[in-house]
Design a protein around this ligand. Structure first.
Ligand code: NI
Length: 184
């Protein structure tokens, strides 16, 4: 089922998301809906707060970046109760976008390598290192679980320049080519 995407200005995007009971719930249906919603909107990642749920869960699929980053391994997966325990390596600058911030793309600098621990939708625990574009998608989605969006990383001047665009998103003036939830 394709779910509507909550955009910038919606309070759920600013909440610190709660950990979930991994084993006590069947997360597969929600994960399937989130992948379907993400693919429909041509995204490479989608976090639960973006579909209105303040829980620590996100999905990613880096496949669309295969051409731009031919040496990167394609990674698809669901991350439940993830914890990034370490970030290191060189600063990596990349123009990010977000389904909750339609039509905005800005350079964000982040570390190039991460270590992450999480559960998948089958309740299996994983502990992995990721780098480059896959690390980047994970870092972006992980921010959503802490009530952050990528424009929070920009300089005050850059944010000022984007102010009107952000306001337009928040009041529903900016149209996305997928269904969104925003203030009237
Ligand atoms: Ni995002």
């Amino acid at each position: 089922m394709i779910l509507p995407i909550y955009v910038y200005g919606e309070p759920v995007l600013r909440k610190t998301a709660e950990e979930v009971d991994v084993q006590g719930t069947d997360w597969k249906p929600l994960v399937a809906d989130m992948f379907e919603t993400m693919y429909h909107a041509n995204g490479v990642g989608l976090a639960a707060p973006q579909i209105g749920k303040a829980i620590r869960l996100f999905v990613i699929d880096s496949e669309p970046f295969q051409e731009a980053f031919p040496n990167a391994q394609i990674f698809k997966g669901a991350f439940i109760n993830p914890v990034i325990t370490e970030e290191w390596g060189e600063d990596f600058v990349f123009a990010e976008g977000c389904l909750s911030l339609p039509h905005i793309n800005e350079d964000v600098t982040r570390k190039s390598q991460i270590h992450i621990e999480y559960y998948d939708e089958n309740g299996n625990f994983h502990e992995e290192d990721h780098s480059g574009i896959v690390a980047r998608i994970i870092q972006h989605e992980y921010d959503h679980l802490d009530g952050k969006v990528f424009v929070d990383h920009l300089s005050p001047i850059k944010k000022m320049v984007l102010k009107r665009q952000l306001n337009d998103i928040a009041c529903g003036k900016t149209r996305a080519d997928y269904k969104t939830v925003h203030k009237k």
